[in-house]
Design a protein around this ligand. Structure first.
Ligand SMILES: NC(=O)C1=CN([C@@H]2O[C@H](COP(=O)(O)OP(=O)(O)OC[C@H]3O[C@@H](n4cnc5c(N)ncnc54)[C@H](OP(=O)(O)O)[C@@H]3O)[C@@H](O)[C@H]2O)C=CC1
Ligand SMILES: O=C(O)C1=N[C@H](C(=O)O)C[C@H](O)C1
Length: 251
């Protein structure tokens, strides 16, 4: 398969190695300084472009790839609040294809299934309150993480006593804490920690006067994210429209 890479940072470079190892060809690599390559025949020849950039660049990159008729797999986070409806419309009515996931690792897909089941069970146990925490490396631009937001939305969709998620505290690399621990009973608080080079830790904690139940996904490296993105590209080559992780991992 012919793959174009949009974004050649930590994820782009790891995806390149995994894609080559699975027998794919990298036909184009677009970073900040060669945006003109979106107009190259090599980019247009790609079966799929894999996009990992940042919250502000992602949407524009989708538009540029779509204009060339190239399908996109993207893991960039932090852009949905501004562009989700537009991107959904382009893929459901406009004939474009985007596979987006806040987290491509199979471990988080399993974690998400447990999270959804636990939230449903907790409707019968009102003594438990729930809160979340995510920890990432100090370079991360968005908080809460995309994965934390997805997990929180899964809980809000199932647990009747939570109406919305809210951003709680953010602990910066130097230990300073901003934001607030205060939230209403119907709100699910997500705290964020930025520390060292942590690839990504997500915790959901249910706490009652008697005990607590905690589930955690702790990524040891970016390998799982990168492999998942390549698997998603292979899946996307044969599918169209708005795609996500539940289409690929069915359990
Ligand atoms: N869904 C998932 O499973 C995962 C998602 N992510 C998300 O993916 C994104 C990227 O992560 P990561 O690779 O670690 O970040 P990096 O900062 O290491 O890499 C991003 C790269 O994109 C480049 N870039 C910035 N703007 C553009 C643009 N307009 N066009 C092309 N390239 C551009 C950056 O260049 P420069 O440095 O010069 O600005 C940099 O090389 C983040 O949003 C992160 O949250 C990360 C891991 C897993
Ligand atoms: O920025 C990162 O590194 C990551 N971002 C994604 C997110 O925001 O959830 C996925 C993973 O946690 C790593």
């Amino acid at each position: 398969m012919k793959i174009a890479l949009i974004g050649y940072g930590k994820m782009g470079k790891m995806i390149e190695q995994i894609a080559l190892g699975r027998g794919h060809q990298i036909v184009s690599i677009i970073d900040v300084d060669n945006q003109q390559d979106f107009d190259s025949p090599e980019f247009a020849s790609a079966d799929v472009a894999i996009e990992f950039t940042n919250p502000t660049a992602a949407y524009g990159n989708y538009l540029k790839a779509f204009a060339k008729g190239v399908k996109v797999v993207s893991g960039s986070t932090g852009w949905l609040k501004d562009h989700k409806a537009d991107v959904e419309r382009m893929c459901t009515e406009g004939g474009q294809t985007l596979f987006w996931a806040s987290n491509f690792s199979v471990g988080v897909a399993i974690f998400s299934a447990v999270n959804r089941y636990l939230a449903t069970i907790m409707n019968s146990f009102p003594e438990y309150d729930v809160a979340m925490e995510e920890t990432h490396h100090v370079h991360k631009l968005d908080a809460p993480s995309g994965t934390a937001i997805t997990l929180a939305e899964e809980i809000v969709d199932r647990l009747d006593r939570k109406q919305r998620w809210v951003k709680g505290t953010v602990q910066a690399a130097d230990g300073t804490v901003s934001g607030t621990e205060a939230c209403a009973p119907g709100e699910l608080r997500i705290d964020a920690v930025r520390r060292g080079e942590v690839p990504g830790i997500h915790t959901v904690k249910y706490d009652s006067p008697a005990d607590s139940i905690t589930i955690t996904h702790d990524a040891h490296s970016r390998q799982g994210f990168a492999l998942g993105a390549v698997l998603a590209a292979e899946y996307t080559a044969g599918h169209t429209g708005l795609l996500t992780i539940g289409d690929m991992f069915k359990f």
